[in-house]
Write a new protein. Structure first.
Length: 192
């Protein structure tokens, strides 16, 4: 299972089998119980994680103290609070396991070693960061240009793990709507 995870996450034409072996050797497997935090607001990230099993979310508190989910990370994806990790600043977000989760941790110093010694990892890192920026911009645009129903249907289609594993309250806040609105949307979809 883990080798498939690493092959999927670190997919790049320049990454060789020996590169993957070195990458894997610098990761450590962790079990994260449901509700536990990988990072709390105000702390500085020292690692990033590959999700082998489970679901993770990023969240903040709004001006009224409500939890707002800003991002979900599914299996075969990376949990990385980029600003905190690479700029060495305290995180403005919390990162929490939504389910019992299995992750592979790589600490910053080990990633820096890979980045500075393997051109393939540098190229992979640039492409990954570029893709993350694109996804973030796309999400911002979709929040403005698509209806809540459309965003929910898209989530169902593209990332069903979230629909199956996250509480409705977290999904609603991620979609930028009230719980009651999400319940109505789900009822309309399933009752046709």
């Amino acid at each position: 299972m883990a080798s498939t995870l690493f092959d999927r996450v670190y997919q790049h034409p320049l990454i060789t089998l020996s590169d993957i072996q070195e990458i894997v050797s610098l990761h450590k497997k962790l079990m994260v119980p449901k509700g536990d935090f990988l990072l709390k607001k105000g702390k500085t990230a020292d690692a990033y994680y590959l999700v082998e099993k489970g679901l993770v979310r990023f969240f903040v508190h709004d001006f009224n103290g409500n939890e707002i989910t800003t991002q979900f990370i599914c299996e075969n994806e990376i949990v990385n609070e980029v600003s905190s990790l690479f700029q060495r600043i305290p995180s403005v977000q919390n990162i929490q396991a939504v389910t019992n989760t299995v992750v592979w941790e790589i600490v910053l110093n080990d990633f820096q070693h890979l980045y500075h010694t393997l051109e393939s990892v540098r190229e992979w890192g640039r492409e990954w960061m570029s893709a993350q920026l694109f996804q973030s911009q796309l999400r911002s645009i979709e929040m403005i240009t698509q209806s809540a129903s459309s965003r929910y249907l898209q989530l169902m289609e593209q990332r069903p793990q979230i629909i199956h594993q996250a509480p409705l309250k977290q999904i609603a806040s991620y979609l930028g709507i009230a719980d009651s609105s999400l319940s109505r949307i789900r009822k309309e979809i399933f009752n046709g």
